[in-house]
Design a protein around this ligand. Structure first.
Ligand SMILES: *[C@@H]1O[C@H](CO)[C@@H](O)[C@H](O)[C@H]1NC(C)=O
Length: 321
């Protein structure tokens, strides 16, 4: 069987099971434009002073070099199952850890605790020049991925954490990754790209081939921006510590177009496009630029070893010549 046939085989039951859950038709309480658009989102979405996303202005940033490196636990291991869902707003991936005890976590890097991965999703534009939620010096990227984590000291899921934390600023940690257009396909995105056509419509769920989360991150995870903000959709809770990686991940226009083909709605089917919230006032919040390159024991011992390897290599070369 080729990969596609296998995928179809594995997923037939899943698709059948998910059909009764199709949410298309139900009236949504919010949208990205129109009379349910961001300017009409309720509660703290409008009244809050620490809302996300923001524009990151590099001239106003505080540089910090004294954090421990960000530690990504199990980001390099694939889980047993990865599900992808079209929820009418985005493509959302959940990683099943029920059988193996696999769970990805982040800590260090100035985070006040250990945060467990819950899901990831994407925000993209209808055309170039827009798509990302966070912007850098006023410039948008064509897509942004967000990895959602909850503080394990408040419980064992995002829902319990949100209930228990009393809206404290350290409840959730979101990691944002910008995507940048390249002429070549990014092969590491293929497990996701290939399955997008099976979740074309609102409410459809499917399984993707397995891959580690690391495949979706930039090579450099030591350089990032950090600020206190909120969830970027209602209910906009101001409980999120944001980590926005400086280095972006590559995507081709053909791959991006697969995201733009997803649809929502039942009777009047529309494409999911421009599913990003506009930027919000910073309101004097500090934004930090963190670079932990060379900080901490692992990083320095690795560079010491590679230095030594290099010296031995140069010596050998000289001896041979
Ligand atoms: C976030 O807010 C908390 C509580 O007000 C504060 O202690 C912390 O320094 C802030 N962190 C950042 C990155 O601004």
């Amino acid at each position: 069987m080729n990969i596609l046939a296998k995928l179809v085989f594995v997923n037939v039951l899943l698709v059948l099971a998910s059909i009764p859950n199709v949410t298309g038709g139900a009236t949504p309480i919010w949208r990205y434009k129109g009379d349910q658009g961001p300017e009409y989102w309720p509660g703290v979405c409008t009244t809050g002073k620490r809302q996300s996303p923001i524009n990151i202005e590099r001239t106003k940033i505080r540089k910090t070099f004294d954090y421990e490196p960000l530690v990504l636990v199990n980001y390099d291991r694939a889980p047993k199952k990865i599900a992808i869902l079209n929820n009418g707003f985005t493509a959302k991936l959940t990683f099943d850890n029920s059988e193996t005890g696999w769970s990805a976590k982040i800590q260090g890097g100035g985070l006040p605790g250990t945060y467990q991965f819950e899901y990831l999703d994407f925000h993209w534009g209808s055309k170039l020049g827009q798509g990302s939620e966070h912007t850098l010096d006023g410039i948008s990227y064509p897509m942004e991925m967000q990895l959602v984590h909850f503080n394990t000291k408040y419980g064992d899921s995002m829902t319990t954490a949100l209930e228990k934390s009393r809206n404290w600023y350290d409840t959730l940690a979101f990691v944002a990754v910008w995507f940048q257009l390249r002429s070549e396909d990014n092969p590491k995105l293929e497990p996701i790209i290939k399955t997008l056509e099976f979740i074309q419509n609102d409410g459809l769920k499917f399984q993707t081939p397995l891959f580690p989360l690391m495949d979706l991150l930039p090579e450099n995870t030591e350089h990032y921006f950090r600020y206190n903000g909120s969830m970027t959709r209602p209910t906009c809770n101001e409980v999120v510590l944001w980590t926005v990686f400086r280095e972006s991940v590559d995507i081709s226009i053909a791959q991006l177009k697969k995201f733009r083909q997803l649809t929502f709605g039942n009777k009047r089917i529309k494409r999911i496009l421009d599913n990003f919230r506009p930027i919000n006032d910073l309101n004097n919040r500090p934004v930090y630029e963190i670079d932990t390159y060379g900080v901490g024991s692992t990083a320095s011992s690795i560079s010491a070893i590679s230095c030594l390897t290099y010296l031995v290599f140069v010596l050998l070369l000289k001896l041979l010549m």
